[in-house]
Design a protein around this ligand. Sequence first.
Ligand SMILES: Nc1ncnc2c1ncn2[C@@H]1O[C@H](COP(=O)(O)OP(=O)(O)O)[C@@H](O)[C@H]1O
Ligand SMILES: [Mg+2]
Length: 392
Amino acid sequence: MSRQTILPGTTAGGQQTTLGVMGGGQLGRMFVQAAQAMGYFTAVLDPDVSSPAGLVSHFHIQTDYLDEQGLAQLMQRCAAITTEFENVPAPALMTLGAHRPVAPGAEAVGIAQDRAREKAHFVRCGVPCAPYAVIESATQLNAVSDDLLPGILKTARMGYDGKGQVRVKTRDELAAAWTGLKGVPCVLEKMLPLKAECSVIVARGWDGACVNLPVQLNLHREGILAVTEVYEGNIPVALAEQAVEATKSIAEGLHYVGVLCVEFFVLADNTLIVNEIAPRPHNSGHYSVDACDVSQFDLQVRTLAGLPLQQPRQHSPSIMLNLLGDLWQGDGQVTPPWDQVLALPGVHLHLYGKLKASPGRKMGHLTITGPSVDAVRTHALAAAAILGIEAF
Ligand SMILES: Nc1ncnc2c1ncn2[C@@H]1O[C@H](COP(=O)(O)OP(=O)(O)O)[C@@H](O)[C@H]1O
Ligand SMILES: [Mg+2]
């Protein structure tokens, strides 16, 4: 659908201009907060009565993602609609997209939902990814080349935070793992020796204009993002430039509109390998709220509303620490000592309003900013020590 600029304020009909989001998790919450800061009303569609975004939105449509009445209500309220997680059913986005501007669109989200289609897109764009094979049948399983072992078997759909993945060393382990995953369509990827992981967030407008955040250096623990470090020199300049160019070409190839994150691996010889894409703001971009003049959520609002995009400027080095439910002791009942952490300079606490802490659950994050990388690192390590987060 072609686009007009959507400005905040009261419409001719006396309604408040409202932006909508499919999904009510923490990413939706931070989108809602950015949209509200610019004067928009917001609507969230999420079945969970206490979803983080639903709790802070003007409107919360509490239905399933495919509920026709829910989708109709969302369209009736909203001038444009975005998504905050990639597993929003593509048919729901198509329904919405027939009547309202929707960014990102169903086609791009559909590709990001499926590792096999995603990898085919990388190949089309000429961006190297890990050697892989699609496994949808016993024949394909048996035909897998030994070169892909040891490898990681990943379900093609619905995986996140390392879920739906099995590491396999031998053909027997591979066969057992595929059976264990109930024979659903999978991708087997060669296990690569990673030196580092990084990600790039771009925002692309309806007119094709594209801006990027600085490259994020990411540390994962047990398949979940733990630490993101963003400052000049976090990765070699040539690599950073390559990652930004690759991300832009991936976005371009998707005719993407909205905020897109691309995750990369860096190998020992500094080869850059694309891992996966997220058709939305990303955990590794949370620092941008506190460390950049335009955050990834501001960019999401701007792309959705057809507002101008400006290249964001990072005004402070930053380190982001994820706060997982493991930090809440006593079976999730004991609140961590935020007062001690906030006594450190440059610490920004973000909690997502989740009612229950459980191991591995993303409850919030800390962003540490400061006048120098050394200061940021010192205070980030001190915060980690107070909270019992492993040093990095
Ligand atoms: N081919 C690979 N070789 C080495 N490590 C990998 C490979 N694929 C994934 N990993 C590790 O597992 C993490 C999670 O995998 P990823 O494909 O990004 O899944 P998710 O959708 O759960 O984020 C990665 O960030 C990386 O640390
Ligand atoms: Mg990932």
